[in-house]
Ligand binder design. Structure first.
Ligand SMILES: NC(=O)C1=CN([C@@H]2O[C@H](COP(=O)(O)OP(=O)(O)OC[C@H]3O[C@@H](n4cnc5c(N)ncnc54)[C@H](OP(=O)(O)O)[C@@H]3O)[C@@H](O)[C@H]2O)C=CC1
Ligand SMILES: N[C@@H](CC=O)C(=O)O
Length: 370
């Protein structure tokens, strides 16, 4: 029914929200790096298709400039060219560009604290947020609550599929189990795509630092690879999973065993690349110890009995969590129904294409639900 206005009530104390049927959702994309440019490419590939008709891009920004694109193809080209004549980026411009009517969605493909700080305000104002950034739900418990409350207030949704497993059906499965009355007992597995890739490729012969550079250049690491190597990225992911599973875990309650030597941790981001060889000797030693026992190194997160731990482990080669290839995440979930044999979910856990697809899946789901 073209032109019909629907009043949607989602969540507790939802604000009335108008939706004009058959009008595409208005999108703002923040971040045009590895993930953001793949979002633009996927959107541009949908031009003229049924999927493309559901989403309309109204604002694009990175840390250097922001603009209102004429089309997704133009946005993709301008974002890549980085033309200096664009206006500076503005987070205030996001809501203005999205307007006040219809379904409005911010896609956050940054790792920015400043952008994350806006999530709750957008949600409370009726703007949905779809994010690859883990700083919203994977840091303080207070912020996690703030986001839940803002969703309830604004009648909005927080699309988080890309925050864990780069869009793998992990959060979705945990929520589906709970919706069916299951309690989650434990979660364990490989949650970092870059660390999976590193330990699937490191051979103890060539320098570990060279593999880190390759993983960074392939777009698997965080903008600062120390966020992966320190276990911080995995801490955020296990927190997101734990909270989704009903365990209100505080960030400080996760025990994290970092791979980053003190000297490397203390450097500014600009000096990290040159200092990556600091990793080589300690990693060679850990690899050699595991190799002697016929074992494999895997960076594992575990949640059990309301406690979580994250760190590098040496596992027998036939251990269920030692499998997988490339950037594979491999996660086991124990619940009431999966009490002896866990549910295991495995697949690529980093990379531009899968992450962009996860973000746009969430955006399309919001559009479908209205
Ligand atoms: N890479 C992957 O495989 C995955 C990444 N993620 C998450 O996706 C997010 C993005 O990662 P990735 O694309 O690899 O990172 P990149 O460093 O490649 O891109 C980050 C982008 O964010 C932009 N940016 C930074 N600050 C702001 C700001 N205040 N406003 C607007 N844009 C800003 C940067 O601008 P500029 O271009 O000017 O530097 C850049 O375009 C991260 O949170 C990461 O954890 C999640 C799953 C998988
Ligand atoms: N740096 C992250 C990217 C996805 O979240 C990882 O290595 O898993």
């Amino acid at each position: 029914m073209s032109g019909e206005v629907v009043i949607a009530h989602i969540g507790v104390a939802a604000r009335p929200q108008s939706r004009v049927a058959d009008v595409p959702a208005r999108i703002a994309l923040l971040g045009t790096g590895t993930v953001g440019s793949a979002v633009l490419a996927r959107l541009a590939g949908w031009d003229g298709t049924r999927l493309g008709e559901r989403l309309s891009l109204h604002y694009v920004a990175n840390s250097r400039f922001g603009f209102r694109p004429a089309s997704t193809a133009e946005a993709a080209a301008r974002a890549v060219s980085g033309v200096a004549s664009h206006a500076p980026p503005s987070l205030d411009a996001v809501a203005v560009a999205l307007g006040t009517q219809g379904t409005r969605i911010v896609i956050d493909a940054t790792a920015s604290e400043a952008v994350t700080e806006r999530h709750a305000a957008w949600l409370a104002d009726g703007i949905h947020v779809v994010t690859a950034c883990k700083l919203g739900q994977g840091t303080s418990l207070a912020r996690w609550h703030e986001i839940r409350e803002a969703c309830a207030l604004g009648g909005t949704r927080y699309g988080d599929s890309a925050t864990v497993g780069a869009g793998l059906p992990l959060l979705r499965s945990i929520r589906a189990l709970q919706a069916g009355g299951d309690r989650i007992h434990a979660i364990a597995g490989v949650l970092s795509g870059s660390l999976a890739w590193l330990f699937n490729h490191y051979d103890g012969l060539r320098p570990f630092s060279g593999f880190v550079r390759q993983a960074r250049d392939a777009g698997y690491t965080e903008p600062d690879p120390r966020d992966d190597l320190s276990g911080e990225d995995v801490r955020r992911k296990i927190l997101i999973l734990a909270r989704a599973a009903g365990v209100a875990l505080d960030s400080a309650a996760v025990e994290v065993d970092s791979l980053v030597p003190q000297a490397l941790a203390a450097l500014s981001a600009a000096d990290v690349d040159a200092a990556l060889p600091e990793l080589d000797a300690p990693m060679r030693e850990r690899f050699a110890d595991a190799y002697k026992r016929g074992e494999k190194l895997r960076f594992i997160a575990r949640l059990e009995d309301g406690r979580a731990r994250v760190g590098l482990q040496s596992l027998p080669a036939d251990h269920p969590l030692a499998g997988g290839a490339g950037t594979d995440n491999r996660v086991a979930i124990w619940s009431d129904r999966y009490d002896r044999q866990p549910l295991v979910i495995q697949g690529p856990g980093a990379g531009a294409g899968v992450t962009a697809a996860g973000l746009l899946d969430d955006a399309l789901e919001i559009v479908a639900r209205g």
